[in-house]
Design a protein. Sequence first.
Length: 307
Amino acid sequence: MLGMLKDMFAPSPPRPGEGRRGVDLKKRFQIQLDVSTIGSQGSMSKVYKAIDQETGKTVCLKILDLERNEEAKARASRHGERPSEGTIAMAIRHPHVVRTFEHGTTSRGEEYLVMEYVHGLSFETIHKSNLGKTAQRLEWLAQAAEGLAAVHAAGYIHHDVNPRNFLIDRVRELKAKVIDFGLSVPNAPEFRKPGNRTGCLMHMAPELIRRAPIDESIDVFAFGTVAFQLLVGRPAYDAPAVPNALLQRYGAPPLDPQAARPMLSDEIRDVLLKLVAVDRRDRWPSMATLADHLRSIPVKRSASVSS
């Protein structure tokens, strides 16, 4: 009888797509470190290294800023109801995508996610600190491409591909991870309509800046700008971070990678230019085929030069 009464008054389990509700984060998690500067997640949330006292595991606890995330959700949801970041993150399972264990709302009404803790460096840090040789960077890019391909295979557009949203896990064999689905949207007709100009401006595809219809190829273009930065050391399109200036710059061809780094192989040059093609019909067709291609190409133009 006691067991039946407990079942009757127990909280209802979340429906598919929903998370836990009314979680008291202060009671459940022991905060160890504020890591809000990790990736780009600190702009719309607070991110902590924490001990989950339910499991005893070290995790990454992300608490979304209510006001900022409501604004972003409103922009993305003009044509449809956008799933929560937690719902999207939980739907994607891949070794090169940060793992999300749980999501829900706190006792204060904030959205939260519990993720694997990645002790890592962003691609931005890799670039600025000049870490890793070209061959290693190509492998990291191939892994990141696999992660983005998994996002697309799950039916989503990341919508915020930039160097801060890829981490190199310094503990687990230097593996690359895709992070942060705060601006991601379903790859569905209502979300491919014009109007949702969100993301990192310097990595936005031209069609996104023009407020034209979009698809997952905006992630391909943005990934190309990230790869350009890592492999060439300079932006593909050098322009101030304002929409009109970027659109004017897209009227000219991108930087020739070999003009900046003459010893880069022809294959690297060709794939970079195809990734950042202004016309998406000329762009690399799919993230799903990119990783194997990156792993197959030589690093240098001359075999006599060490990589």
